[in-house]
Design a protein. Structure first.
Length: 79
């Protein structure tokens, strides 16, 4: 097997993961994506998680907060 000391730092470590390990990672991610919350995509309101942090009961405040979140998300994509 592979020893921890044999794994380099950074992106070079990706080449040390065995191909069966990549299959295991992708399979696990697919199971998680497919098994949990799938009905919410069809039936739920996007972004509604049942608790209010960004949203508000006041429509004006909600619009302000969501616009700020959208602007921050766009800024993060540029950085």
């Amino acid at each position: 097997g592979i020893q921890f000391s044999d794994v380099p730092n950074g992106l070079a470590a990706l080449s040390k993961v065995p191909s069966l390990g990549w299959v295991q990672i992708i399979f696990f991610a697919g199971v998680i994506e497919g098994a949990f919350g799938f009905d919410d995509y069809k039936n739920g309101t996007p972004g509604e998680y049942g608790w209010k942090v960004i949203t508000s009961d006041d429509p004006e405040e909600k619009t302000k907060k969501l616009s700020a979140e959208l602007a921050n998300g766009r800024l993060a994509m540029m950085a």
